[in-house]
Design a protein around this ligand. Structure first.
Ligand code: F6P
Length: 548
């Protein structure tokens, strides 16, 4: 059991100073901050690892950042970063190290865990993945009937799905278009049925991705996939080896499924599910974009890791973003952060971030097991621009809630088309400008708007945003972007003093579902002992099911 190391967050000097400081800063409009400092827009920026962060449109002054950095120091963030990179068991409730950074370390690095340098094994798995990916991509790997693989289906859920889907969508431009990629995650049978409905089993490869190889959804879908395949291939179990590979930390369970040990791609329990897209869980990504692009993505991750590990906090992009998240969450009471990529290929990025951020920092007790007593993980959400502009931006501009936004943009489009990219970028710049500076009642009236209508047309402004800017969406840039958010989440969790690497909150629902499944499946009326609502819903479901 961890013992208390530092003062509770709300007793730290910087925290108290920030509370006072907030009283002043929260009354100042961004317009004023910009008027008072002509160079603010150039000064409040950081450029590192090929990413440029403009954080000037935040409701902060130089002093705010100094105090936030002081808070990071008092929270021993540096020590926590070093502990993570050194493979210490910072995931205390699961007694595990947190070493996803080792997955992207160069071949000649040495990272010791329990006295073993883990890097050679990481690279051995990468080489095995590359060999396999190349065989599938070139058609050398044949299905059971001798046909080449034209469809790859990743079966997994949570971190064993969201990373692969997001990366596939994000890097589709670089993918082999002769292969169809699909992702089955949901236990809703429609997910599997839709994924395979137009596919030929003889040309289909399933990658069963599950860290534990026990997850109900994944195992049920994997069995459905095996049945689907065997039904078409004459029930010959030898076909399984040609059409199924597994990615897991649980070799024994994979063998039970009937998979050849040659077809298992391993990773270790020091890789959390939501931090695993660059482990063997990325096998579908590697098949899609090829081993060289996958390695470029890992290089991108590594560059951001090194920046996070070594840069001073005030020049450290993930730290600055993490601290700003704390500023809004804990001092302004903001409950959410919107992530708005102006890049269609990043359409699944907000969904990916939801698991990364909320499974990591959705915790109500500190490492010592005490009630935190302050808000932790904000809700992350978003949609690509400009689509979001035509749906929920109204609330961000004129609603009653403060919603800090991360805008993500790239200078070079992957698919140049007429004026599209300039128009896209103009919209992004316009949104951050409108959010920050708004439009006053005087300006509205000067446009000839009648008095009664003016309040509806006023934009208060003073709504904060970050802009993250990169040259182009490449595998490398994607790695940097994901690592940036991973480390921002880490920074937040370290300051809140919580375990960002466990996820006990998902367990109760799983256990209750296991209890309820037989109550739905039994032909005999079950004796129900839930609450009256759950009992009633179960009875109603059974009745409606029977009525079919
Ligand atoms: O239920 C939550 C969770 O454990 C996630 O943390 C994880 O990414 C997901 O389920 C899938 O787990 P597995 O890879 O073991 O199937």
């Amino acid at each position: 059991m961890p013992t208390a190391r530092i003062a509770p967050l709300t007793a730290r000097k910087a925290w108290r100073a920030l509370l006072d400081h907030h009283k002043t800063v929260s009354r100042v409009h961004l317009k004023k901050l910009f008027e008072d400092d002509a160079a603010r827009g150039e000064r409040m920026t950081v450029e590192a690892a090929g990413l440029f962060l403009d954080y000037s449109k935040n409701r902060i002054t130089g002093e705010t950042l100094d105090l936030l950095v002081q808070l990071a120091e008092e929270s021993e963030l540096r020590k926590r970063i070093d502990a993570m990179f050194a493979g210490e068991k910072i995931n205390v409730t699961e007694d595990r190290a947190v070493l996803h950074t080792a997955l992207r370390s160069p071949k000649d690095a040495s990272i010791l865990f329990n006295g073993e340098n883990v890097v050679p094994r990481v690279h051995a798995v990468l080489d095995k993945m590359a060999g396999f990916a190349n065989r599938v991509r070139t058609g050398e790997w044949k299905g059971y009937t001798g046909k080449r693989i034209l469809n790859v289906i990743n079966v997994g859920i949570g971190g064993s799905d969201l990373g692969p889907v997001m990366a596939y969508e994000a890097l589709k431009y670089y993918s082999d278009r002769s292969i169809t990629f699909r992702f089955v995650s949901n236990i809703d049978g429609s997910d599997f049925s839709e994924a395979v409905r137009d596919l030929n089993p003889c040309e289909t490869l399933f990658i069963v991705s599950s860290k534990t190889f026990t997850t109900l959804e994944t195992m049920t879908n994997a069995h459905a996939a095996r049945d689907w395949l065997l039904a078409a291939l004459g029930r010959d179990l030898n076909a399984v080896g040609k059409h199924f590979v597994a990615v897991s930390t649980n070799r024994a369970k994979v063998s039970d499924f009937g998979m050849d040990s040659e077809n298992i791609f391993e990773f270790r329990d020091w890789v959390g599910g939501r931090y695993s897209m660059d482990s063997a869980i990325g096998l579908s990504t590697m098949i899609a974009i090829g081993p060289d692009n996958f390695r470029a993505m890992l290089d991108g991750f590594h560059e951001m890791d090194e920046h996070f590990r070594t840069a001073p906090f005030e020049k450290n992009i993930p730290v600055v973003m993490g601290l700003l998240a704390i500023w809004y969450n804990n001092f302004f009471g903001a409950q959410t952060v919107a992530v708005l990529p102006y890049e269609q290929y990043l359409k699944r990025f907000p969904a990916y971030l939801q698991q990364l951020t909320m499974e990591s920092n959705g915790k109500r007790v500190t490492l010592e097991g005490n009630e935190a007593g302050y808000d932790t993980g904000p809700i992350y959400w978003g949609e690509p621009g400009t689509n979001g502009q035509h749906s929920f931006y109204q609330l961000i501009h004129q609603g009653t809630r403060l919603i800090p936004c991360d805008f993500i943009a790239f200078a070079s489009p992957l698919n140049p088309l007429g004026r599209h990219h300039d128009i896209l970028m103009a919209n992004l710049f316009a949104q951050t400008e409108a959010l920050a500076f708004g439009k006053t009642a005087e300006e509205v009236k000067a446009d000839g708007v009648e008095d009664w209508l003016a309040p509806h047309r006023v934009f208060e402004g003073n709504r904060p945003s970050n802009t993250i800017f990169a040259q182009r969406l490449t595998p490398e840039t994607l790695g940097k972007l994901v690592a940036l958010y991973e480390h921002s989440v880490f920074t937040q969790g370290a300051i809140w003093d919580i375990d960002s690497f466990d996820q006990w909150g998902v367990e109760l629902g799983k256990a209750l579902a296991q209890r309820i499944i037989p109550e739905l499946e039994n032909t005999a009326e079950p004796g129900l002992s839930h609450d009256s609502s759950t009992n009633n819903l179960i009875r109603r479901y059974r009745m409606m099911k029977e009525a079919l």
